[in-house]
Design a protein around this ligand. Structure first.
Ligand SMILES: C[S@@+](CC[C@H](N)C(=O)[O-])C[C@H]1O[C@@H](n2cnc3c(N)ncnc32)[C@H](O)[C@@H]1O
Length: 208
């Protein structure tokens, strides 16, 4: 019998979904970060990484495999992130727009800045493509402000962007802050999705 669209959950059960399960990752998104890492080599064993929009935590799981266990990793999401059982991973439940909460948490850990900031942020989708795309731009503009303060000069920021007609607002904001912007769609992104990753390198202004 043919299944109705209603009975099918909106989960992409493709080879990445099954590979993530098999390899113990919390989400198929991990393959996007793996592909970004293969192409750009952004994260190093001594990189202090801030991962924004981390829940459920597959980026954090992968980052923790690259980074030395004595180097701090911070994960933040508006949803709760289940602990990953590693003392160097620090988790905060917060909205990305709560800059003071985020800054206080980072300072409470004795951290001044990060070498890499990754974000996989996705707005709760409304079904209206234009609205979802603009919301993604707003979220990413907030992330740029976090990076203005907490990313070391000359280092790298990774953004996930829902690309639509407002994307140039973000492109302009990135280019005023970073020497190089590379736009990349990992093959782990669904073909029909309008998401892309922005790899922003060479941060211009010093932090602090
Ligand atoms: C695609 S998921 C991230 C998956 C994650 N990278 C992983 O590997 O498990 C997108 C995340 O963006 C988060 N998010 C959306 N809006 C947010 C906001 N305003 N502040 C913080 N996180 C937000 C969602 O809660 C969701 O967990």
């Amino acid at each position: 019998m043919k299944k109705s669209a209603k009975s099918r959950p909106y989960t992409t059960r493709d080879r990445y979904f099954f590979a993530a399960k098999q390899q113990g990752y919390r989400a198929r998104s991990v393959f996007k970060l793996m592909q970004l890492q293969e192409k750009f080599g952004i994260i190093r064993p001594d990189s202090r990484v801030l991962d924004l929009a981390s829940a459920p935590g597959s980026f954090l799981q992968y980052i923790a495999k690259i980074v030395r266990p004595d180097i701090p990793i911070v994960g933040i999401d508006i949803q709760r992130i289940e602990p990953l059982g590693r003392p160097n991973i620090h988790l905060l439940q917060s909205d990305i727009f709560e800059f003071v909460t985020i800054a206080d948490f980072i300072h409470s850990l004795g951290i001044d800045d990060f070498d890499v900031i990754t974000s996989d942020i996705a707005p709760a989708t409304t079904g209206h493509t234009g609205v979802d795309q603009y919301r993604s731009i707003e979220l990413n503009l907030a992330i740029l402000q976090v990076a203005d303060r907490f990313l070391r000069a000359r280092w790298a920021l990774v953004l996930k962007v829902f690309v639509g007609e407002d994307v140039n607002e973000l492109v302009t904001a990135v280019k005023s802050r970073y020497e190089k912007l590379s736009r990349y769609k990992p093959s782990a992104c669904r073909d029909r999705s309008f998401e892309e990753y922005f790899v922003c390198r060479g941060k211009r202004n010093p932090t602090g």
